[in-house]
Design a protein around this ligand. Structure first.
Ligand code: GDP
Length: 456
């Protein structure tokens, strides 16, 4: 759907819906200046220099809609690479609506989600991974996610992939040249050097694939399920952690609310804390659904925090919990809570690294707990400074690249003919190119840009 009507001039609000001091409406396309001009009698915008601001009235059909500031960015020095006009109006949703309506009556059409960024991509202002990073940046919920998105916007990841792709491309051309001389049985492409390059690419791709686990933590947060019997202090602990470290974002679309999920930020990393109030077995059907969801959450979790009330703990309960935790095969910490009442360990509890004594209510040893959480989240962190994959599309494409590299390598070992080899290399180049957008299909563009918000 996106390739169609690329010549239209598009308009959309760039600021969120609802009341605010200022709202920004963005217009982009070859007619942007002349369309806004029809609403802006103060000045002839087609005659003003690029990158200038103009105060004036918006008047449409003899009606004064608002007094605004208009910013003019002329092609190609704009976000989209086209002529762009941004109208900063007063923030009432009614004003925004009326200006948008006037713009569409004057010849613009409403932009589709992500269409401004799509145009930026189509005009070569950014590649696909950078466009995707724009969406990630807007959705970023933690310091680490912001930093990672910014790194991708700066383009380090694309540059690296392009370099690998160019090296492979050189080999492809040499091998294709051999096809022209097939009768003479010559080899222009040094097979040994090609193998070395394949090894280097394979190693890098493997590192990138491995970074995805950490990338998920950076982008979506580290999921911590808080488990334990009723009254051991789970909600108290959750609140104690939230009070100081609540993340900015509170409402995440698409999450079910039958388990309590709260976001906190520790050391710039996002943690999703999930309180499993429903972890008791119940005859009640509704509650059982809650329990099933809880188990689902536990399966998805990156780690478990299991709470006990140190004054109430029994040996059988202790053993059951240990068995359960070991069977889950996930990282866990056992918290013995309410140590303000008693700090004597029961005889059957042997202290170890995975057991911590805290008091949620009195906030004892909470800092140690937070440090441990950060440490556990960082265990999947990849060594070195390289790029981190946070995007499922890139992960899938890199898996194809890895397979492709192995196929080429195998072909070389088996001395397959140059034309088959050239085919394998082309396929691999295609998969690499799909990541940055050197090769695109409409499906890929639709997939990426339909996930954007309107106005970006
Ligand atoms: P949950 O059912 O596991 O979520 O437990 P709650 O957080 O609702 O706590 C149950 C009771 O234990 C409440 O009365 C809390 O005030 C109390 N409580 C929680 N943590 C502590 C603690 O560290 N020390 C003491 N003395 N009481 C606590």
């Amino acid at each position: 759907m996106y390739y169609q009507h690329a010549e239209d001039t598009i308009a959309a609000p760039a600021t969120p819906q609802g009341m605010g001091a200022i709202a920004v409406i963005r217009v982009s396309g070859s007619q942007a200046l002349s369309i806004v001009n029809r609403l802006f009698p103060t000045k002839d915008l087609t005659q003003v220099p690029s990158h200038t601001l103009h105060v004036g009235k918006i008047i449409w059909k003899n009606q004064w809609l608002d007094e605004v500031v208009v910013s003019v960015f002329k092609a190609p020095r704009s976000y989209t690479g086209e002529d762009v006009v941004e109208i900063s109006s007063h923030g009432s949703p009614v004003i925004v609506q009326r200006i948008l309506q006037a713009l569409t009556e004057a010849g613009a059409r409403m932009a589709l989600p992500g269409e401004f960024t799509l145009r930026s991509f189509l005009h070569g202002k950014m590649d696909l991974t950078q466009a995707e990073a724009v969406a990630d940046l807007i959705a970023a919920e933690s310091e680490a996610a912001v930093q990672n998105a910014l790194r991708h916007i700066r383009g380090g990841f694309s540059a690296e992939l392009q370099q690998l792709r160019n090296q492979l491309l050189q080999f492809a051309s040499l091998i294709e040249l051999e096809l022209d001389f097939s009768e003479e049985d010559v080899e222009f492409a040094d097979r040994q050097a090609l193998k070395q390059l394949l090894n280097a690419i394979d190693q890098r791709v493997q590192q990138l694939l491995q970074s995805y686990t950490w990338g998920n933590v950076v982008k979506h947060g580290f999921q911590v399920v808080i488990a334990g019997k009723p009254n051991v202090g789970k909600s108290t602990l959750l609140n104690a952690l939230l009070n100081e470290n609540r993340a900015i974002v509170s409402d995440i679309p698409g999450t079910t609310r039958d388990t309590v999920e709260e976001l906190i930020q520790l050391n710039g990393l996002l943690f999703r804390l999930i309180d499993t109030a429903g972890l008791r077995v119940s005859e009640d059907v509704v509650e059982q659904i809650g329990v099933a969801r809880t188990h689902e959450k536990i399966l998805q979790a990156d780690m478990i925090l299991y709470l006990f009330d140190i004054t109430q703990i029994t040996q059988s309960e202790w053993e059951q919990a240990l068995t359960w935790l070991q069977e889950l095969r996930k990282p866990y910490l056992i918290l013995l809570n309410k140590t303000d009442l008693s700090s004597t360990l029961p005889k059957f509890v042997k202290p170890n690294q995975q057991i911590m004594l805290i008091s949620a209510q009195q906030r004892l040893h909470l800092q140690e707990l937070k440090d441990r959480l950060v440490e556990m989240a960082q265990q999947s962190r990849v060594q070195g400074e390289g790029s981190i994959i946070t995007n499922a599309r890139h992960y899938a494409a890199l898996q194809k690249v890895k397979q492709g590299i192995q196929d080429i390598y195998l072909g070389l070992e088996q001395h397959i003919s140059s034309d088959l080899l050239a085919n394998d290399i082309r396929k691999c180049l295609h998969d690499l190119g799909e990541i940055t957008g050197e090769v695109t299909t409409e499906d890929i563009l639709d997939y990426i840009f339909s996930h954007f918000c309107i106005g970006k």
